[in-house]
Design a protein around this ligand. Sequence first.
Ligand SMILES: [Fe+2]
Length: 409
Amino acid sequence: MIQWERKHTNSNEKVASGSNPLSKLTNISSNHVLELQNVEGDSMGLSKGEFMLENTPALPSWMKQQNLHKDDESLDSRKPQNQSAKVNSGDSDLPKVLVVDDHAASRMTAVALLGMEGYEIIEADSGSKAVDLVSEQQPDLVLLDVMMPGMDGFEVCQILKQNELTRLIPVIFITALNDRRSRIRGIEVGADDFLTKPFDRVELAARVKSLVSQKRLNEDLDHAEKVLFSVARAIESRDPNTGDHCERLVKLGQAFGEYLCLSRNQIRDLMWGGYLHDIGKVGIPDAVLLKKGKLTEEEWEIMRQHVSIGEKICQPLRSMRGVIPIIRHHHERWDGSGYPDGLKGNDIPYIAQVFQIIDIYDALTSERPYKRSFTPEEALNIMLEETNTGWRNPELVQQFVDFIKTKVS
Ligand SMILES: [Fe+2]
């Protein structure tokens, strides 16, 4: 919640909705400082025949039956009948591996070995079938041949890694020994690991096991991130006055970040900051967060804690490292009068300075119960006034002014 107050020497006068703040700006003198005051303070080379079953240990009976099948067999999911399930005994959720190869005999080797390790196996004989099966069955890992007619393994991998829903599924490329070009190309499209033919049973089992557990860990982290974003949204909806403030911050953060030529990670942090900067408000009582009148000094003290509460909530997650400076420092001021650390100038993390500017601008250009929405020009004038009082990085504010003018014109 953000309130703007006109702070006179002896009185506080709220800028009324519908009033023109610029007309009031003309009255500002040294003891009539217009203080835009946010209630919180401010505003992730051998032939196919060379890796055949003869070289593999004895197969379970279900696998021997499968070997009678031909190339055009239906490629159903194969669950081992003997579910000794080495991979995750005690867990009924058997890890699922998709084996993709256009040659049935080649697939058989991998299927046989993985079957003995207790995995549930699904098979695809083409790249396009593989993509379909992944979205239908969400395997825990894809063992992918490089050379296939039609869609090759590289293309399959690229599609999977670019899809938000499948990007966490590890992909192991099956390459020929010393096939350096394929390995480089595989790295480029996001492969997680490589295996050479003929398969070494122990190596295959170890790599698959490791990547499957890594994937599950990543999924847990991914879920944790999603929970945090849900909490942040719930907090936003708790305060009916802010509307779609977070969504707007995400878009503005991306656009301004790109304008400033920030790195991909910095832009992501800015966007995540849009959702998460005020997550600590989950720890602020309604009586304070939603209070309509002026906050007492004790209530202010409570409100200011939202930045450190937010930091504590996000700190355990490594993926949140870049967002934490935004969460903790989005209420610092250039002259050191902000909170929680009273940081001055460039001691304030740059990403937090950038975020703060878009946060304030969005609040100014949005309607609230206690103020009308200011036009971009009015908002920029107010921000420049704040900069003159020493609260913001003058150079960055000027860049923002230029950015908005480019957007508006
Ligand atoms: Fe805040």
